[in-house]
Design a protein around this ligand. Structure first.
Ligand code: HEC
Ligand code: HEC
Ligand code: HEC
Ligand code: HEC
Ligand code: HEC
Ligand code: HEC
Ligand code: HEC
Length: 309
């Protein structure tokens, strides 16, 4: 009976653990330690009052803070209305509505954060879910992220959809493609960046499909910011020198189309600076060869490196 004390020890220990984690809640669910942008509050069974006015019980009122406004509730992730990578707050088209599975709930008939994220899942301590389903996505884990997309989107249609493919085989403009990014089809012969009307935030426009690049862009440095006066002057010089455009977003910040040309070759007449980079490798406005695209804004930094080679 030598083993006996050990078994007792485990039984008692397990008992303590169980009572602490009863129903998945950790003791002290209402901890008020300061939460910063970097605190991971999910799946901890704590921090209830970060999101709830007071601790709710299942099936009862949810007591969500900010009237349940997710752009405020999810403040650590810095979303403003209209700036999420997937459309939210929209009423699904009839066609889509038929395909949306029952376990993806709409809120007042509209797509919401909780349509795809099972937020209640992360209210509880759940190490297994935390490792398998970090973003508490409904129906996860998925083999690949697009499997989730095809729960609602038609895979065949989705794969065919490439908004950079803008011309028919005969070279005619497919207007529908323009309307993917533009409010109305621009006059390709005349319109410049200042005149065209784009749909919403420029980065979000690209993130809708280039999701990965919102986290993991091959150029590591965070480029999506306002250039200094010095770099701005260099950009103007490069635009003239190379006959290109390096358009900034509406706030004067660098954005995806600053470096990438989203158009197919042949849409914008080739004699226009806005045509450079169309359908080139990585759709870059200047080639990556010999760091040309980098030199457009970092003449001092990279030209020295090049000369040393
Ligand atoms: C990151 C924010 C956040 C944290 C932290 C959080 N919750 Fe929640 N909780 C929510 C949201 C949002 C909902 C609503 C989900 C929905 O409507 O599908 C919710 C729903 C609930 C519900 C209702 C479930 C139902 O369907 O009846 C309960 C109960 C609950 N939370 C308890 C807790 C408790 C207890 C804690 C702390 C141990 C906690 N939550 C921590 C955001 C949070
Ligand atoms: C159509 C489905 C869908 C909707 C609606 C949705 N999400 Fe997501 N979300 C995803 C998917 C899929 C991922 C997983 C990304 C990955 O792991 O690559 C994700 C990841 C995230 C992440 C982690 C990545 C990051 O950006 O830091 C956060 C935070 C997030 N979503 C918040 C929200 C908020 C807030 C809303 C509502 C405004 C929302 N989501 C609505 C599908 C959705
Ligand atoms: C819960 C269902 C649902 C899921 C899951 C979902 N979507 Fe959507 N998606 C919609 C709805 C609804 C719209 C609005 C357009 C409509 O109603 O046809 C939309 C619109 C879009 C659009 C705008 C273009 C368009 O078709 O109007 C893109 C791009 C998109 N989704 C990509 C994705 C990606 C990528 C994923 C996977 C990460 C995903 N969606 C997952 C329901 C969903
Ligand atoms: C994938 C998104 C996307 C699609 C699709 C798209 N555009 Fe654009 N377009 C942009 C962006 C971003 C800008 C601003 C940056 C720039 O000027 O290149 C722009 C700018 C333009 C400009 C101004 C170019 C300049 O010289 O400054 C014209 C003209 C234009 N688009 C025409 C079109 C036409 C015609 C179509 C349809 C065949 C189309 N676009 C499709 C994203 C798109
Ligand atoms: C509706 C989905 C969609 C949207 C929105 C979209 N793209 Fe794309 N993009 C694609 C697809 C599909 C490809 C791959 C096929 C191709 O290169 O034409 C691609 C390719 C690219 C590539 C080349 C990648 C490589 O490996 O060579 C770049 C760069 C790019 N897109 C930039 C952008 C920018 C910048 C925007 C925003 C103005 C944007 N895209 C908006 C779907 C999209
Ligand atoms: C400062 C210039 C610059 C900006 C800004 C920029 N890119 Fe790129 N991007 C590049 C270069 C250079 C490459 C090629 C890198 C390489 O060799 O892999 C690239 C590669 C890509 C590719 C090819 C696929 C890959 O990941 O390798 C995609 C897609 C892309 N960028 C999308 C985006 C989107 C979306 C944004 C906006 C969030 C963006 N880029 C902003 C310069 C830029
Ligand atoms: C459209 C202009 C533009 C282009 C093109 C560009 N950069 Fe930058 N880059 C910037 C700006 C603006 C900053 C922010 C730092 C500053 O203001 O000095 C920056 C910062 C950096 C940094 C961070 C270092 C620091 O001083 O903080 C690196 C590294 C970098 N860029 C590398 C590259 C590379 C590599 C390329 C080519 C693939 C490239 N950049 C293309 C504008 C650009």
């Amino acid at each position: 009976m030598k083993k006996f004390p050990l078994i007792v020890f485990f039984a008692v220990f397990a008992g303590i653990m169980l009572s602490a984690h009863q129903g998945g809640w950790a003791a002290g669910g209402n901890v008020t330690t300061t939460v910063t942008k970097d605190t991971d509050i999910h799946y901890t069974g704590k921090y209830c009052t970060e999101c709830h006015e007071k601790r709710p019980v299942k099936g009862g009122k949810k007591f969500l803070k900010y009237n349940g406004d997710f752009s405020k509730l999810c403040w650590c992730h810095g979303y403003t209305p209209g700036a999420y990578i997937h459309p939210v707050g929209v009423v699904p088209s009839k066609e889509k509505k038929k395909k949306i599975p029952k376990d993806f709930p709409l809120v007042n008939g509209r797509l919401s954060c909780i349509t795809c994220h099972d937020i209640y899942l992360q209210c509880r301590v759940n190490p297994q879910a935390k490792s398998l389903n970090k973003r508490f996505l409904r129906g996860a884990p998925y083999l690949s992220r697009t499997t989730l997309c095809f729960r609602c989107h038609d895979e065949k249609k989705y794969k065919m959809l490439d908004p950079h493919n803008q011309l028919t085989r005969k070279g005619e403009i497919i207007i529908q493609k323009c309307l993917y990014c533009h409010v109305e089809k621009p006059d390709e012969k005349r319109a410049t960046f200042k005149e065209v009307k784009l749909i919403g935030n420029l980065e979000v426009l690209c993130y809708r499909c280039h999701f990965k690049q919102s986290r993991l862009h091959p150029i590591n440095a965070n480029h999506l910011r306002k250039p200094t006066a010095k770099i701005l002057a260099m950009m103007k010089e490069s635009e003239k020198k190379y006959g290109i455009i390096l358009p900034l977003d509406y706030e004067g910040k660098i954005t995806c189309p600053t470096c990438h040309n989203p158009h197919e070759r042949g849409v914008i007449p080739t004699n226009k600076p806005g045509a450079k980079g169309a359908s080139e490798k990585y759709r870059l406005r200047l080639s990556k060869e010999n760091l040309q695209i980098c030199i457009a804004c970092h003449k001092d930094k990279f030209q020295q490196q090049q000369q040393q080679r």
